[in-house]
Design a protein around this ligand. Structure first.
Ligand code: ASP
Length: 567
């Protein structure tokens, strides 16, 4: 026999007269001389129980788990609760059984003023509330929609190892000691990148996985140590084929959660245009406010700050600023790395008519200018653009998906003076540019693309290198000797040398995507049991020190910690 006939939120006037058993959590209890009213809750909603005074009825406290048997009755007209789906009915309880008690609660279920660490410490209570129920169920629905789409498109779900050799995705690896081989370590996969490429070389054609990935990076609103991604790879394809499948997966997820899907195809913007107009490779395109350039117009200016700067860029903002408001923005710009942030109206006296005209600022608006290197100007104005759009309420309630394409293949590391990959070292250069000199890769573009939703980077992908010589040239450009390349990636070079089809793929962060779908500000609200920014799990208290004998088994000795991180 089941514990219940029906779920709490399902009772309707149709059930009046039936004798039913319900079970759930006590949400609230009210004593009304002679009668006790209890709202009984499960994830579907609440139903009012009416109990005669009895010892059990008095004993009930919030979050007790109870089973009640009784007749469903229509509520008196003045007792109908129009805010509750079950508000027209109640259960006149004949017998009640307490199935489980609860100690006094650290917080009431559904209280959204509770500090996050406390919510996470008692996540099971937090999960009973509407927010986490909705988010976790939405996450499931989105993943189901994605899986259905991938299955329909003929993709094969292939499991790849979590414990592997480090794959360079730009983060630190989490290491796993191996008792059978003390002193040696696996790395937890930062992504299944090389395995999915090997699947293509293995003739699998269309691979996907909802893959868990591990990256040792500082935790942020959109980052956890471990996360899932829709990881896919396809053989004999070009960029548009991959983008097409990804768009189908996004639409599949939108449909699965009952939301209007974004229109396909998603627009493209080049990396160069994104950096120049929005100062970011993941621009929020829900609003315009583009960065503009006045470098040429101010080359011969009498205003030395502009004339002598490598570049002059500005934002036109539909507002005039007081001195104090401007000073606050200057302080922000300095924090972000600018030397200053000029308000055009304040420096206008140093500029000629023609120069001022080039800025073209309409009445009632202001131009905020940065005179600096291209990189700093883009970075600072990009952040300022986002800051002001939020502050001035210029962000419309729409969804904009777009692709960023045509990234450079390499970037220069100013500190070490070396070249490194922009995406990962397996991304193919654009056709025709494969023969660069390893010391001079400045202008080589990669077949790399990113998916951005309202300014959140959802994921990245690329067409991969399938020619072993090009792969060797990338490694050489990154400063690897042949020996290093062979020792780290010999298996890939061997595979590429044995009949590798052209291939490409993509990976989209599931939690980032669902957080956006759910309108949540960070991915912790989408993850059942996340870590907080210190890297700890408030629920289990992990990570914890390990006893010396356990460490010794794996050949590990821990160095003394001067300032041990708090658990
Ligand atoms: N492996 C890449 C990542 O995890 C995605 C890809 O290139 O497919 O970001």
């Amino acid at each position: 026999m089941s514990w219940r006939d029906i779920q709490c939120g399902e009772l309707r006037p149709d059930h009046v007269g039936q004798r039913l058993t319900v079970a759930g959590w006590v949400d609230t209890r009210r004593d009304h001389g002679g009668l006790v009213f209890v709202d009984l809750r499960d994830h579907t909603g609440k139903i009012q129980l009416v109990l005669k005074e009895s010892d059990d009825a008095h004993e009930l406290r919030n979050e007790f788990v109870v089973q009640a048997v009784g007749a469903v009755a229509a509520r008196a007209t003045d007792a109908v609760n129009p805010n509750l789906a079950t508000g027209e009915v109640e259960i006149q309880v004949e017998s009640l059984q307490i199935l489980s008690r609860s100690t006094p609660l650290p917080f009431q279920v559904g209280d959204d003023t509770v500090e996050e660490t406390t919510r996470l410490r008692y996540r099971w209570l937090d999960m009973r509330g509407e927010r986490m129920q909705r988010n976790l169920r939405m996450s499931h629905a989105a993943v189901s929609g994605i899986r259905r789409t991938m299955d329909d498109l003929g993709f094969v779900d292939i499991w790849t190892p979590a414990m592997t050799r480090g794959t360079p995705e730009g983060a630190r690896d989490f290491l796993v000691p191996v008792r059978l081989q003390p002193g040696k370590f696996f790395a937890l996969a930062q992504s299944p990148q090389l395995f999915k490429q090997l699947c293509m070389i293995g003739g699998l054609d269309r691979y996907y996985q909802i893959a868990t990935c591990w990256r040792d990076e500082d935790l942020r609103a959109d980052r956890q140590f471990e996360f899932r991604q829709l990881d896919l790879e396809m053989a004999f394809v070009e960029r548009e084929d991959v983008l097409d499948v990804m768009e189908a997966a996004v639409v599949g997820a939108f449909e699965a959660v009952g939301r209007t899907a974004p229109t396909r195809p998603f627009p493209h913007i080049s990396y160069d245009a994104a950096m120049a107009k929005y100062g970011s490779d993941k621009p929020d395109l829900r609003f315009a406010m583009e960065i503009q350039d006045a470098t040429e117009a101010t080359r011969g200016s009498g205003f030395g700050v502009f004339a002598n700067a490598p570049c002059v860029r500005f934002l036109v903002v539909p507002k005039t600023f007081s001195r104090a408001e401007h000073e606050r923005l200057v302080a922000l710009a300095k924090e972000w790395g600018a030397k200053g942030l000029a308000l055009l109206s304040q420096v206008a006296k140093f500029l000629s008519e023609a120069e001022l005209e080039a800025f073209g600022v309409p009445e009632g608006s202001s131009a905020l200018c940065v005179a600096d290197t291209e990189e700093t100007a883009a970075h600072v104005l990009g952040l300022l653009r986002l800051h002001l759009a939020r502050e001035l309420d210029l962000v419309p309630d729409t969804d904009v998906f777009h692709w960023v394409v045509d990234f450079p293949l390499f970037k220069h590391d100013e500190e070490t003076g070396t070249w490194t990959f922009m995406h990962h070292p397996f991304t193919a250069p654009t056709a025709g540019s494969e023969a660069w000199e390893p010391g001079e890769p400045h202008d080589v573009r990669g077949q790399h693309y990113d998916l951005v939703w309202n300014g959140w980077e959802l994921g990245s992908g690329s067409i991969r290198i399938h020619d072993v010589e090009v792969q060797e040239r990338v490694f050489k450009t990154m400063g690897m000797t042949d020996e290093e390349a062979t020792s780290k990636f010999g298996f890939l070079l061997d595979a590429l040398a044995m009949g590798a089809p052209p291939h490409g793929g993509f990976a989209m962060g599931i939690e980032r995507f669902v957080a956006q779908l759910a309108g949540e500000p960070d991915i912790r609200q989408i993850v059942a049991f996340p870590k907080v920014s210190s890297g700890s799990d408030p629920l289990t208290g992990a990570p914890t020190p390990m006893p010396g004998d356990v460490l010794a088994e794996s050949g590990i000795r821990v160095l003394p910690q001067e300032d041990p991180p708090k658990a």
